[in-house]
Design a protein around this ligand. Structure first.
Ligand SMILES: [Zn+2]
Length: 171
């Protein structure tokens, strides 16, 4: 189980909580179940489905935006799961300016790469190889990244994340 996606009353994605925490919110009428996880919890006298997606019944103001944590999963999602140099499926993380040359481990300097390109590039600067990035690496923006940044995702969540900056190819 990957947890439960929590949406604001406006359907804006807020984050991920455990299924049990989500169930308590639903039972206390603080949230409504939008998608069922298919996992049924049995107890004395009955059974109940654990939620995959819930929506808060009252709007919650989000006080400030956290930076999106830089994780392998979030990085692959940003780059569409493809190598930024040759578009093959990504299998590794590359530092555009190599760490050995002072490149930082930041959203602006890390990209998804395939093993072959990563190996060929090694610690050479891009201009020495004549390579070009398909897009300029940036920190991702949009409410859906609060969820993707946690490194957890479920296919049932895709329709709820799509309007907030995530395409189905990346979730
Ligand atoms: Zn490649």
């Amino acid at each position: 189980m990957s947890g439960t996606l929590v949406l604001n009353a406006t359907y804006e994605p807020l984050g991920v909580v455990s299924e049990r925490r989500a169930l308590i919110l639903v039972l206390n009428s603080r949230a409504t179940m939008i998608e069922d996880s298919g996992v049924v919890l049995h107890f004395t006298g009955g059974e109940i489905s654990l939620p995959s997606v819930i929506k808060l019944n009252r709007y919650v103001r989000v006080p400030y935006r956290h930076a999106v944590p830089l994780s392998r999963r979030a990085l692959f999602a940003r780059d569409g799961g493809r190598c930024v140099y040759c578009a093959a499926p990504a299998t590794s993380i590359d530092h555009v300016v190599p760490r050995s040359r002072g490149g930082g481990h930041t959203w602006e300097n890390v990209v998804s790469a395939c093993h072959k390109c990563n190996h060929l590039k090694a610690d050479k600067p891009l201009k020495d190889l004549g390579w070009r990035l398909r897009s300029i690496p940036r920190e991702p923006v949009g409410a859906a990244w609060r969820v993707l940044g946690t490194g957890r995702a479920d296919v049932r969540w895709v329709p709820y994340l799509e309007p907030f900056g995530v395409s189905s190819a990346t979730a």
